[in-house]
Design a protein around this ligand. Sequence first.
Ligand SMILES: Cc1cc2nc3c(=O)[nH]c(=O)nc-3n(C[C@H](O)[C@H](O)[C@H](O)COP(=O)(O)OP(=O)(O)OC[C@H]3O[C@@H](n4cnc5c(N)ncnc54)[C@H](O)[C@@H]3O)c2cc1C
Length: 379
Amino acid sequence: MSIEAGTRDEVVKLAATMAQDRFAPRAIELANTHDYPYDVFDELAAAGFFGLYHEERWGGLGLDLFTICQVVEELSAVSNTVSGIVVGQLQGSLPILIAGSPEMQEQYIPDVVAGRIRVAMALTEPGAGSDVLGMSTTAVQDGDDFVINGTKVFITMAAVADVVTVFAKVSPGRSASNIQGFVVPVGTPGMTIGKPEDKIAASALPSSEISFQDCRVPAAFRLGDPGDGFKHAMRVLDRIRPVIGVRALGVARGAYEAAVDYLKNRDAFEAPLSSFQGLQFMVADMATSIEAARALIKRACEAVEANDPLAPRYCSMAKYYSSDVAMKVTTDAVQLFGGYGLMREYPVEHRFREAKIAQIVDGTNQIQRWIIGRGILGR
Ligand SMILES: Cc1cc2nc3c(=O)[nH]c(=O)nc-3n(C[C@H](O)[C@H](O)[C@H](O)COP(=O)(O)OP(=O)(O)OC[C@H]3O[C@@H](n4cnc5c(N)ncnc54)[C@H](O)[C@@H]3O)c2cc1C
């Protein structure tokens, strides 16, 4: 099965079919394993899922952002692990797409698209997550090289990556103009990747600490112009936020569909659960909030495609609203399953855990509200 050709609708339909046929039978296993599923990565690569965004000259499909979101929704509705592999490959390559030199893009992007390499992006530090400017990792120029020192945390896919894009300060002080991105091949002396954290969800997708001790990289590995790293990192986050939002939306949809099915098939008080109006109201709220989130994601994607100056605001809205919807919908789905909702062999408890992650990663939902609020109020 491959998504190489076809109209946008066909691409989305193929993603849905593949998700159902290939990954639905393994969804609970994939949600709970602590082993990275290399076979899923290979299957996604062979089918063309890593080139959704990337241009055709690199072997990609160059799809518009909303079609990509639709594909991610279909994958995520079945398995947040599967959608996470696709999103990880996209996010890890975005710094190179946004700020890499043409030579660097030629070197890495075709390999990303073909699945010959895995990529990750390292911004967060032990003492600086939301507060990106508070980072303390440094990259000091020494002749034709830069020497990186510092620690990054929670870096998704680092433990399985071939290349990590790393953001560091090239001069002291708290400033948006002294941060620089670097491409750092895994295995570069001085770079150590820790063992994956034991987290409540997405346990198959490793998040690890990376420490840099006198890690030397050539100046040619810099991403973009000196000091533009903060701007580049923010551009990556703007682009990825609707995708993170739709990944959460897919999780919500998966939980909602499972709950609807369950209500139709379980009886209480000598009647199907689906006949109780109180539960019908819950289902109505779930369905409505999923539709509203999808509309907001579409709005954000359109704003990005149109280079609308308000695009970052819409992307923040799409990310926080969709992940908040996912948290509410998955919580309600667990409730509708009763005691079974808490059992690992039922299809809702892992989605409840996965929704929580989406409220935190790629800028917490408080930070999204801050971006929106200060933009509206002009401060
Ligand atoms: C599973 C997982 C995967 C991740 N993957 C990656 C990755 O691949 N690459 C990467 O670079 N990072 C990654 N992260 C890091 C993630 O982006 C950060 O955890 C997130 O940005 C929050 O930073 P923090 O954890 O330091 O929390 P903090 O910034 O310490 O925030 C703590 C709390 O305070 C709130 N807060 C902070 N500042 C404000 C403010 N000004 N106003 C209101 N509230 C505020 C936050 O919303 C949060 O609730 C990952 C994290 C997780 C959990």
